[in-house]
Ligand binder design. Structure first.
Ligand SMILES: [Zn+2]
Length: 275
C-alpha cells in the first residue's frame, strides 16, 4: 500500500495487469478511482470528486511513466466525473445515458458541491467525449468487458471486467464496508433497492475472484451476497422510517461501516428532496 498527501493506493498484481486502486479521503467521499496498468499503457476508471484529490491522482498516474490510453467514466454521480477536468488531454468514454445524465444533472451537482467546498471542486459541466456501448474492447492485448447496469446505485452505470483475470471493476455497483448511497430514484420515483439487488444477483455467480468497489477496499466475490443483504436491511429501514431516524438506525445496523455522510445524502434524497 502506498500513501500520498491525500490518496491511499492499493496495488493488485494480476497475471497480465496491475490494478492501482486509488482512494480519496472521506471529504472526497472515500471514492475509488482505478488505474489498470497493462504492459505498455494505462486505462483509467473514474476521476474522483475534489480538485486536490483528482490533481494528485493525475500526478500519480503520470509518475508511472506510461501513456494513458483512455479514461472511462462509469456513471454520472459527481464523485466519479468531477475530476475529469484533469483529463482534458485524454480520450474519455462513458455510456450515452451517462453523458446525458451529466448534461441534465451536472449543474445541480456543481451548485451543491460548490456550496459545500467552494473552489475545491469542479465549476462547470465537462462531458466525457465519446459514447461507448456494452461489449468488449481490447487494449494493449487485454480484453475489457463493458457491462451496462440499470436502475441500481445510479440510473445507468458501467461495470468493467477483465475476463482473463477473473476481475470486476464494479465501481458503485459494489460498496465494501462503507454506508451505501441509496438515494437514487428512477424517473418515475421508484427507489433503487430492487434494481440494485437484481443487478448484484446478475453478477454474483460470474466467478470473479477480485472485485474492486467504488467505495471501500478491494475484495472478492463474497461481497455480492454481503451487498444484497445490506440493501435488504436498508430497504427495510427505509420502508419503516419517516426520515427522522433513518441515519441513526442505519448506523446501528452497520456499526463497522464508514462514511455516515453517505447516509445523510441518502436521507436527503429519500425523504426531503422534492423534484
Ligand atoms: Zn460513488
Amino acid at each position: 500500500m502506498t500513501t500520498t498527501n491525500y490518496l491511499v493506493i492499493s496495488k493488485i498484481q494480476l497475471k497480465e495487469v496491475c490494478i492501482h486502486c486509488c482512494t480519496s479521503p472521506d471529504d472526497g467521499e472515500r471514492v475509488n478511482a482505478q488505474i489498470v496498468e497493462t504492459a505498455n499503457k494505462l486505462v483509467i476508471v473514474d476521476a474522483m470528486l475534489m480538485r486536490p484529490h483528482a490533481k494528485e491522482f493525475r500526478e500519480y498516474i503520470d509518475s508511472l511513466g506510461k501513456p494513458i490510453d483512455r479514461i472511462f467514466i462509469t456513471h454520472a454521480h459527481p464523485d466519479h466525473w468531477f475530476g475529469i477536468e484533469f483529463f482534458a488531454d485524454v480520450n474519455s468514454f462513458a455510456l450515452p445515458e451517462t453523458i446525458q445524465e451529466i448534461q441534465m444533472m451536472g449543474q445541480l451537482e456543481i451548485d451543491f458541491h460548490r456550496s459545500q467546498h467552494g473552489d475545491l471542486t469542479n465549476d462547470q459541466i465537462r462531458l466525457p467525449k465519446e459514447p461507448v456501448n456494452p461489449g468488449q474492447v481490447v487494449i494493449d492485448g487485454v480484453t475489457f468487458g463493458l457491462h451496462k447496469v440499470e436502475a441500481a446505485e445510479d440510473l445507468f452505470m458501467l461495470a468493467i471486467d477483465l475476463p482473463g483475470e477473473g476481475t470486476l471493476l464494479a465501481q458503485d455497483l459494489v460498496y465494501n464496508k462503507v454506508h451505501m448511497f441509496v438515494g437514487q430514484r428512477s424517473m418515475d420515483g421508484t427507489t433503487c433497492f430492487e434494481g440494485w439487488i437484481q443487478a448484484l444477483e446478475r453478477f454474483k455467480n460470474s466467478g470473479y475472484s477480485v472485485v474492486v468497489p467504488g467505495h471501500g477496499v478491494p475484495t472478492d466475490g463474497s461481497v455480492f451476497e454481503e451487498n444484497i443483504a445490506q440493501l435488504k436491511t436498508m430497504r427495510e429501514i427505509y420502508s419503516t422510517s419517516d426520515g427522522s431516524n433513518f441515519v441513526q438506525r442505519s448506523v446501528a445496523a452497520f456499526p463497522d461501516h464508514g462514511l455516515v455522510s453517505m447516509l445523510e445524502m441518502s436521507n436527503y434524497f429519500l425523504f426531503l428532496a422534492k423534484f
